[in-house]
Design a protein around this ligand. Structure first.
Ligand SMILES: *Cc1c(COP(=O)(O)O)cnc(C)c1O
Length: 226
């Protein structure tokens, strides 16, 4: 039987080959694409294996899980947060997450900025865009609200905006959704795009993704959360 390390090595190699092929198919340098291994619900042992295999970017959806795992890993790791933000977790999030992919509220932006000011730090962010009509249970702002959101963001100097993040609607053609986001970003002078998951990261790379968030293609199907 293959060890877990060998299994992860093989999966990672295959994902890296697919990243290179997708990038090269549109004349992009694969190095422009940051692979974030989404380790949510997987144990620290898996995270450690991936670190040993050279992965340096890790993504989590929950504050408590990210805080815990990030403590156990080497210094060179960069931790990303792509889950829904809860106001009362913001201070804790800032203790471990170096890049926040899911900013979608100005109240949260204000709170991030206030705490970062206390910490005398700044932090990298993506704004999450929701390509579905507004729904309560899904994160992200509507594309039409981006201009107003960006105007307000100027009040928060500790937030370093990288670009846009999205999760395409299940019903949508991902290629179209990614092209829409790339167009929206460019139109607002934003050049980094966090998009593409296990099922669609090649399409995302072809559309210009700079950060892909890949879980199950590397780690296998997710255990149920505790
Ligand atoms: C879980 C998750 C991912 C990774 O999903 P896979 O399909 O397992 O690659 C990426 N982005 C977000 C926002 C997620 O919640």
């Amino acid at each position: 039987m293959k060890s877990r390390l060998e299994e992860l090595r093989a999966n990672l190699q295959s994902v890296n080959e697919r990243i290179s092929a997708a990038a090269e198919s549109v004349g992009r340098d694969p190095k422009e694409v940051t692979l974030i291994a989404v380790t949510k619900f997987f144990p620290l042992d898996d995270v450690q294996h991936l670190y040993d295999l050279g992965v340096r970017h890790f993504g989590e959806n929950r504050d408590d899980e990210g805080a815990e795992k990030s403590k156990g890993l080497g210094e060179e790791a960069t931790w990303h947060f792509q889950g829904q933000i809860q106001g009362r977790k913001i201070r804790s999030l800032l203790s471990w997450a170096e890049v926040i992919h899911s900013l979608d509220s100005l109240d949260h932006a204000a709170k991030f900025d206030r705490i970062l000011d206390e910490m005398e730090q700044s932090r990298d962010f993506f704004i999450q865009i929701n390509l579905e009509p507004a729904r309560e249970d899904r994160g992200g702002i509507q594309p039409g609200d981006l201009g107003g959101f960006l105007d307000e963001l100027h009040h928060f100097p500790h937030l370093n905006l990288l670009g846009l993040m999205t999760v395409p609607p299940i019903s949508a053609e991902p290629t179209t959704a990614f092209a829409d986001i790339a167009w929206l970003a460019t139109g607002h002078g934003l050049f980094q795009l966090s998009m593409g998951m296990s099922g669609d990261f090649e399409a995302a790379i072809r559309a210009g993704a700079t950060h892909i968030r890949v879980g199950s293609s590397i780690l296998g199907s997710r255990p149920t959360p505790a």
